[in-house]
Structures are given as structure tokens and as C-alpha cells.
Design a protein. Structure first.
Length: 297
């Protein structure tokens, strides 16, 4: 990625090291925590997920505890590490691109999400966030949560190194925020309550693959209009998408796969949907609907 001279996002809440309010003065909603299982189980269930309450059994109606007070800073990230810079620049490039697409394609203003950087453990309106959960988007507070140690996990455990692998992860979570604004998340949440487990999991797969497609659309514009991508970046994203398919993770963790338990899609599907978005750059509602309801799933 060509990061030099690129603007970072001001919608960063940098809570690393106990800091609060890293780029805005906004209350953070909280909710009661949930005990998290082992790292491997959580990765299988939650990795790059949408609403963690769907999988942790949270009885979350969107209500939240009183907002915590946060201090206001000059904006951006307090401590600029390479991974933090990747996250911040990626978020800002998403803000610029989707800020233009939303009014044109959907007749809406794009509401920029806040990205929370934390270390070890934090709270979200969807329950506890921890390094073990992996990055996730919480619809209840419309925030993305990420412990930057996940970048090391991508590189070491999933053998998906590179700065754009992390950018793909961030853009996938932005995809969940876009789904929340356009009503796809609510549609899935309501449908899951009426379905048996296997069918509910299939609905979650649709949501995850559509988020991969949305991340690919962002990469299309970032490559052609932002001069952000370097040679090999798309290959890094594809390698990351392949590494975190349900089938690949289940084979690694238990030696066999259980398709009815898939919640994010196979490695082949994740690569296919991301690359389809990258090739077309088509963010129309009609196309998003298609990639949400494709019968091949």
C-alpha cells in the first residue's frame, strides 16, 4: 500500500493503553459482557463477523448502558504504528469512497463508522471485545472493534501477511456497517430468529459474502482513483480471504468440515465475492441484492 502522504481517519477511538477518545468526543455505548471461549473456538465462530451477539447469545435489543465520558484529542491515532496507520488510512479511504457512492446510488448520506482500537479487552454494545474475537462490527453502537495483534495472527497463524490483508479486514467490517445502513443486517437478524440453525447459518453466510463483495468494490475505487494499492496488494487480500474460509479453518482446527455450521462461507466463496467486487466496482442496490441472494449459496 502507498501510505506515504495519505490522510488518516479522525473517526478513530484509540483506547490502547487505557486511552480514551482518540479522534472525537462521542459517548461509547456499553453492555454487559459475555465469557469468551478459547481463542480457536472464537476464531472459528467469530472471525471477521458481523454482530457478535448473534453468536455469543447476547439478548441485545439495541439498548445500551449510559454513555461513558471520553476526552477529546486532536484527532487521529495517538501512537502511530505501521498497523495503526494501515487501519486509519484504510478507514479514511472508505469514508471518501462511500461518501460519494451513497448519495449517488442509494439517495442517502453515508454515516461514517467509528473504529475502536483496543488492547486485550474492551466493551462494546454487543458485549465484550477481546483480542480472541477478532475484528468485528457492532450494529448496536455502529462501531468497528479491532485489536491490532490480529495482524500478527493473520501473518503467523493464517499465513496471510501484507498490509493490504489488514486493509481487506477493515474494509470487510466497513461492509457490515454499510449493510446495517441499507437494511441487510436487520433482514438477516429477523430471519435468523425464525429458522432452524442450519438455515440461520446460511443467512449469515450470505451477509458475510456480501460484505466481502463490498470490500472488493472499495478496493476497485481505491486502486483506480486513490493511488493506494501497490503491486501484489490484491493478491494479499485474496490470500487472507482464502485463509479465513470456514472450510479451511475447520480443517485446521478439527480435521473435517461441517457445511451446515458454516457462518462465513468457504475459502473459494470468500475469494470469489471479494474479487467480483474488485473487478466490477458495481455498488448499485440491484447488484448488492444479487450478491446477497445468489442461489449458489
Amino acid at each position: 500500500m502507498r501510505l506515504e502522504g495519505k490522510e488518516g481517519s479522525k473517526n478513530i477511538d484509540d483506547r490502547r493503553g487505557g486511552r480514551g477518545g482518540g479522534g472525537f468526543s462521542r459517548g461509547t455505548k456499553t453492555a454487559g459482557g459475555f465469557g469468551l471461549g478459547t481463542l480457536l473456538i472464537i476464531i472459528v465462530v467469530m472471525l471477521l463477523g458481523g454482530d457478535p451477539s448473534e453468536y455469543l447469545g447476547a439478548a441485545n435489543s439495541g439498548a445500551s448502558a449510559p454513555a461513558q465520558t471520553q476526552t477529546q484529542s486532536q484527532g487521529g491515532i495517538v501512537e502511530n504504528t505501521p498497523n495503526a496507520q494501515i487501519v486509519s488510512v484504510t478507514l479514511r479511504e472508505n469514508e471518501k469512497i462511500w461518501g460519494q457512492i451513497f448519495p449517488k446510488e442509494y439517495g442517502l448520506n453515508y454515516a461514517e463508522p467509528v473504529l475502536v482500537l483496543f488492547e486485550g479487552e474492551d466493551r462494546s454494545a454487543c458485549g465484550y471485545a477481546s483480542a480472541a474475537t477478532g475484528p468485528f462490527y457492532c450494529p448496536a453502537d455502529q462501531q468497528i472493534y479491532i485489536d491490532l495483534s490480529f495482524a500478527d495472527l493473520l501473518r503467523k497463524r493464517f499465513r496471510a501477511p501484507g498490509d493490504f490483508a489488514l486493509a481487506y479486514v477493515v474494509s470487510h467490517e466497513v461492509g457490515h456497517h454499510i449493510q446495517n445502513q441499507l437494511g441487510y443486517s436487520q433482514q438477516v437478524s429477523q430471519a435468523r430468529r425464525r429458522m432452524r440453525e442450519a438455515d440461520a447459518n446460511a443467512m449469515s453466510v450470505r451477509l458475510e459474502l456480501q460484505a466481502d463483495y463490498i470490500a472488493g468494490v472499495w478496493a476497485y475505487y481505491a486502486d483506480r482513483y486513490s493511488d493506494l494499492l501497490s503491486e501484489g496488494d490484491i493478491e494479499e487480500a485474496i490470500k487472507a480471504a482464502s485463509a479465513i474460509g470456514d472450510d479451511t479453518i475447520q480443517k485446521q482446527s478439527q480435521g473435517y468440515v461441517v457445511p451446515d455450521s458454516f457462518t462465513h462461507g468457504t475459502s473459494e466463496q470468500r475469494v470469489k465475492y471479494f474479487y467480483a467486487g474488485y473487478q466490477s466496482g458495481d455498488a448499485s442496490k440491484k447488484t448488492l441484492d444479487y450478491f446477497f441472494s445468489a442461489q449458489e449459496l
